[in-house]
Ligand binder design. Structure first.
Ligand code: IMP
Ligand code: MG
Length: 184
């Protein structure tokens, strides 16, 4: 792929940096209220979740623990493969903790369904999902996130941690990827 300027991949801004900031603040306040007095363990799904995770933890005003998992679900295209594989697991048991899975975006729901079921077998005190963005129209399996930053239309988005072919995660806004980039 020929490299362009970062902004040239963006067809239009769906959510600006400022709008995302307000969104994260709202989620942080909600999580702070809901988990007050509880042992909260945030588990970020790499790589896409890392930007959201970094902002979200600083918007939560109670003690918490973090860890990271990595799964593969997408290749380099914009369509899900439906196959999920665990590439990196967390280090500690979760049985005495309230687990909150932090994900960048929910699309078919296959990735989160796999991850949620995997953690359920480890018997945490509770298990919930927090996703920055949700495309509910695309759902293929029955799974609903507990915390959603923003519901977005069925379009391929980049920025705020989300990539196309491994790049563009560092765009501060959430943008719709130009069709001409992937329809070649
Ligand atoms: P799902 O298993 O179909 O729900 O897909 C979840 C994963 O696919 C997300 O964690 C993202 O990594 C990726 N994904 C889904 N939609 C998009 C998108 O619009 N842009 C970038 N990545 C996406
Ligand atoms: Mg992801």
């Amino acid at each position: 792929m020929q490299m362009k300027d970062l902004r040239e991949y963006c067809d239009r801004v769906l959510l600006s940096e400022e709008e995302i900031k307000a969104m994260v603040k709202r989620l942080g306040e909600q999580i702070t209220r809901d988990y007050a007095g509880k042992k909260l363990f945030l588990i970020c799904v790499l790589k896409g979740g890392f930007v959201f995770m970094a902002d979200l933890v600083r918007a939560i005003d109670i003690p918490l623990e973090v860890d990271f998992i990595a799964v593969s679900s997408y290749g380099s295209s914009t369509k899900t493969s439906g196959v999920v594989r665990l590439l990196k697991d967390i280090d500690k048991p979760v049985n005495d903790k309230h687990v909150l899975i932090v994900e960048d975006i929910m699309d078919s729901g296959l990735t989160l369904k796999y991850i949620k079921e995997m953690f359920e077998t480890r018997s945490p005190l509770s298990i919930k999902i927090c996703t920055a963005f949700d495309k509910p129209e695309r759902r293929k399996v029955d799974i609903t996130p507990d915390y959603v930053g923003a519901v977005i239309p069925d379009e391929y988005v980049i920025g705020y941690g989300l990539d196309y072919d491994g790049i563009l995660r560092n765009l501060p806004d959430l943008c719709v990827l130009k069709r001409e980039i992937y329809e070649k």
